[in-house]
Ligand binder design. Structure first.
Ligand SMILES: Cc1ncc(COP(=O)(O)O)c(C=O)c1O
Length: 388
C-alpha cells in the first residue's frame, strides 16, 4: 500500500473522528477503579450524561458496544414470550428485532421500504388494535444509520398516548445522541439505548441505557434472564461513583472531556451545526443529480446522508476508488441496499472545511468511477456553507 500523507478522512457514520483533546484525556494513567479518585470521575460522568439524554433519571453505562446496550434494554424490561412492536426502517432495526426474537420475544414486525421512518399512524393503529395489551414494548431506531432516515420519536410517543396503550417505548439513539435533538424525559421514552462512538466523539466501547421510572418498575418483574446487563447492581454501585465490575476507565476520561465539549458548544448549537452540514450535503447530492435514499423531507438525518447510485453503478466501487485515491472512508450500503448506496457521515468532530473536503473527494470519486453526475454539486454545498 502506498504511503499516505495528511489525515485520513473518516467520513463513515460512526465511529466518528475523536478530537485530539479527547485522545489526550484518554492517555492519562489508568487508576484504581475502587479508589477515591475514580469515584470523582464516575460521579462526574454520570451527572454529565443526563442533559445529553434529556433526562434527570439514571443513565446506565456499560463497557460494551451499542449491541450490548440493545440487549440490556430488552432483558431488563421484558419476559419470555412478550410481544414487541418493531419497524423495518433499515438494517439496524432488523438486527434489533432479530435479537429480540433470539432472546425469546415475539416480534410484530411492520414491513418498510428503508426510505421512511416509523409511521406514527401505524403505531396508533397497531396499539389500538391490541385491546388486550399483549404488546409490551415498542422498539424504534431514532436515526437509522443504514439509511439516513430519522424517525419522529415525539410523534411516536403522541401516537402511543392517543392509543392509550401502556407498552414501554424503547429507542435506539446509537447514531443520534449528541448530534440530533433528543429528549428522553420530555418524549416519554422508557429506555434510550446509545453508544460512545458517534455523536459522543469517543472510540467504540461504551454502551448506555437511560432508564425511566416505568422501565425501572418493569425491571423488577421482567423475567428474561440477565446477569452482566442487570441494571440493579450497577445503579446501586453508581450511587457512590463505582461499578460492580471493572469499568472502561480510560473511555470514561474521554467521556468526561466530550461531555465538557458538548456543554461548552451548547446542545442546541451542536444540533443546528449537524442540520446545517446535512443540508449542505443534500445540496451537493441534488447538484450532482443523484437521489437521496431518505424519501421524506421531515425525516432527513443530520448525521449522515445515504446516496443512491443509478442502476449499473456499484457504490462499493466508488468507495474503493475514493479510499484508494483520496484516503477517505465512506459508509457502505448495508443489508438490502448493499452496493446500491453509499453513506457520507457528517457528524461529531466536524466543520465546514471538513465537509467541503469530503464532498470534493466524493465528487472526484464519482467522476473517476464513471458515474454520470452534473457539475455543481460541491458548488451548491459551498453556497449553503456561505450562509450561517
Ligand atoms: C442505529 C444503530 N444501532 C445499533 C448499532 C450497533 O452498535 P454497535 O456496532 O456499537 O454494537 C449501530 C452501529 O452502527 C447503529 O448505528
Amino acid at each position: 500500500m502506498s504511503r499516505t500523507t495528511g489525515r485520513h478522512f473518516l467520513q463513515i457514520p460512526g465511529p466518528s473522528s475523536v478530537p485530539d483533546e479527547v485522545l489526550r484525556a484518554m492517555s492519562a494513567p489508568t487508576i484504581d477503579h475502587r479508589g477515591p479518585d475514580f469515584a470523582e470521575l464516575g460521579l462526574a460522568v454520570l451527572a454529565g450524561l443526563g442533559p445529553v439524554f434529556g433526562t434527570t433519571n439514571p443513565v446506565v453505562v456499560y463497557p460494551s458496544s451499542g449491541t450490548g446496550a440493545w440487549e440490556a434494554a430488552l432483558v431488563n424490561t421484558l419476559s419470555p414470550g412478550d410481544r414487541v412492536l418493531s419497524f423495518e426502517t433499515g438494517h439496524f432495526a432488523m438486527l434489533w428485532q432479530a435479537m429480540a426474537t433470539a432472546l425469546g420475544l415475539e416480534v410484530d414486525l411492520v414491513p418498510g421500504d428503508w426510505r421512511h421512518g416509523v409511521d406514527p399512524d401505524v403505531v396508533e393503529e397497531r396499539l389500538t388494535a391490541d385491546s388486550g395489551h399483549a404488546i409490551k414494548a415498542v422498539c424504534v431506531v431514532h436515526n437509522e444509520t443504514s439509511t439516513g432516515v430519522t424517525s419522529r420519536v415525539a410523534e411516536v410517543r403522541a401516537a402511543m398516548d392517543r392509543a392509550g396503550h401502556p407498552a414501554l417505548l424503547l429507542v435506539d439513539t446509537i447514531s443520534s445522541l449528541g448530534s440530533i435533538d433528543y429528549r428522553h424525559d420530555e418524549w416519554g421514552v422508557d429506555v434510550t439505548v446509545s453508544g460512545s462512538q458517534k455523536g459522543l466523539m469517543l472510540p467504540p466501547g461504551l454502551g448506555f441505557n437511560a432508564v425511566s421510572d416505568g422501565a425501572l418498575a418493569a425491571s423488577r418483574s421482567a423475567g428474561l434472564k440477565r446477569s452482566y446487563w442487570d441494571w440493579e447492581p450497577i445503579l446501586e454501585a453508581n450511587q457512590r461513583g463505582y461499578w460492580p465490575y471493572t469499568p472502561a476507565t480510560n473511555l470514561l476520561y474521554g467521556l468526561r472531556e466530550t461531555l465538557r465539549m458538548l456543554d461548552e458548544e451548547g446542545l442546541p448549537q451542536v444540533f443546528a451545526r449537524h442540520q446545517r452540514h446535512a443540508e449542505a450535503t443534500r445540496a451537493a447530492v441534488r447538484g450532482w443529480g443523484l437521489e437521496i435514499l431518505c424519501a421524506d423531507e421531515r425525516e432527513h438525518s443530520g448525521v449522515l446522508t445515504a446516496i443512491m447510485l443509478p442502476d449499473q453503478h456499484d457504490a462499493d466501487e466508488v468507495r474503493r476508488i475514493i479510499l484508494e485515491r483520496y484516503d477517505m472512508s465512506l459508509g457502505a450500503g448495508l443489508g438490502k441496499v448493499a452496493g446500491k448506496v453509499f453513506r457520507i457521515g457528517h457528524l461529531g468532530h466536524f466543520n465546514d472545511l471538513t465537509l467541503a473536503g469530503t464532498l470534493s473527494g466524493v465528487q472526484m470519486g464519482l467522476r473517476l468511477a464513471g458515474v454520470p453526475i452534473d457539475d455543481g454539486g460541491v458548488q451548491a454545498a459551498l453556497a449553503r456553507l456561505e450562509q450561517p
